[in-house]
Design a protein around this ligand. Structure first.
Ligand code: ATP
Ligand code: MG
Length: 393
């Protein structure tokens, strides 16, 4: 089948009036960005409350579809066959030819749904539906009409040209990135945090990310894994600025000064503080983590409370009520799973205690942190100043 355009379907609830305009413009922008590296010369346009993509000459269909499947806000992608308006008899032939090419097996049910752009067209929509339906029934004896649950809903849009489409390839849904500010993702090399970033970005939120590594305890390869994960998430969220913080000296200092069963919690509190610093600096409106209640000792309700205690901006934890298996399913769907399970060390696991507290008391933790007074401000300052920053496209 040769297509001449894609019709982009998007959810319209809650985007009436002025918001609708912003939503559509953001969607057009994100579509252009997604198609930037796909072979073909694409043109994205808004027309009568719809978004169309067309192209000149050769284009890579498969790549274009995979790129569009990553654009939040798109609910469906419909490949369109465009035919010239040469009178109704010609249109019948074109529609029959379309059905023949698109559905080699005619043991199906169908329904025609037409729309006229100009009310001056000689037939109204009901008549177009009926007459085209009849032409299809005449051409293919096996085919049947089902107006309630058709296998194939053939859309016919009569404009200066006629658009035919019946296939709807599902998009990711959500809201176009850029319609809802941006947030700072604490990105580790695990399964959870890339999924958490994906989920918040799906609601239209742009992402920045912060990764804490502890060389030489964590390797260059562990860092590369996080860069690779950021690239995979960026396919959906758009460019991500990744802050790579050298956390070694802070971790060693905590290790030397604080009770070992509180290490993880205290480290997590410093991660949140530093991530929040970068978040505020770059206008992020919240932090995002991959935490889920009860998953590990550092994610009990008490631990989450102790971690949250140092944050002054909202912390979004989209996986909070998810079981591991549910998170794994999303990570497989968004293609981060294979990278996440590569076996490279994480800074948290290296300094972890044998028996970490599962019910930390915030006041006890605060008091333990007082043991760090002498050097911690200086160490945090240095960590911030020496942070490496890379932009992931
Ligand atoms: P993940 O699979 O996302 O690594 P996890 O199950 O390993 O999560 P933890 O190690 O307790 O859980 O981390 C909880 C959250 O804290 C992570 O989801 C992530 O948002 C953040 N985090 C943990 N380690 C790091 C790190 N080294 N750099 C940045 N963020 C981190
Ligand atoms: Mg982890």
């Amino acid at each position: 089948m040769t297509y001449q355009a894609f019709l982009i379907k998007y959810g319209e609830i809650g985007i009436k009036g002025k918001n609708r305009y912003l939503f559509e413009d953001a969607l057009v922008r994100q579509i252009k960005y997604a198609l930037k590296d796909v072979e073909g010369s694409f043109h994205v346009r808004k027309s009568q409350g719809r978004i169309y993509i067309d192209w000149n000459g050769y284009y890579d269909y498969e790549d274009a579809i995979s790129a569009l499947k990553c654009v939040f806000g798109i609910v469906g992608i419909c490949p369109v066959v465009q035919v010239e308006q040469k009178g109704f008899e010609e249109l019948k032939k074109d529609v029959v030819a379309y059905m023949d090419a698109a559905y080699p097996d005619k043991n199906i049910t169908f329904k025609v749904e037409s729309r006229r752009q100009k009310k001056t067209y000689p037939k109204n929509s009901m008549e177009i539906n009926r007459d085209l339906g009849e032409a299809i029934l005449e051409a293919f004896p096996e085919i049947r009409v089902d107006v309630h649950h058709p296998d194939v809903l053939l859309n016919v849009e009569v404009r200066d040209e006629v658009y035919l489409y019946s296939e709807v390839i599902p998009g990711p849904g959500g809201m176009p990135v850029g319609t809802n500010g941006k947030a700072m993702l604490l990105l580790s090399g695990g399964i959870d945090s890339p999924v958490a970033g994906y989920m918040i970005s799906k609601r239209g939120v742009g992402l920045e990310a912060t990764y804490f590594h502890a060389p030489p305890y964590t390797s260059e390869r562990a860092k590369q894994k996080v860069v690779d994960l950021a690239k995979l998430v960026a396919k959906y969220s758009g460019p991500i600025t990744l802050n790579i913080v050298n956390f070694t000296d802070i971790q060693l200092y905590i290790y030397d000064e604080c009770p070992h069963d509180e290490l993880t919690i205290i480290m997590r509190r410093y991660m949140m503080r530093i991530a929040e610093h970068f978040a505020k600096e770059s206008g992020c409106l919240g932090l995002i983590t991959g935490e889920s209640i009860g998953q590990v000792a550092s994610q009990t309700m008490q631990s989450l409370m102790a971690t949250n205690d140092v944050c002054t901006i909202p912390v979004y934890r989209p996986l909070i009520g998810f079981d591991k298996q549910e998170i794994v399913e999303i990570s497989e769907k968004i293609n981060t799973y294979e990278t996440s399970i590569q076996p490279y060390e994480d800074c948290c696991t290296i300094f972890v205690a044998k028996h970490p507290v599962t019910k930390p008391n915030v006041n006890v933790i605060r008091r333990s942190e007082e043991k760090l007074t002498e050097k911690i401000d200086e160490l945090v300052k240095t960590a911030i100043e020496t942070t490496e920053r890379i932009v992931i496209e």
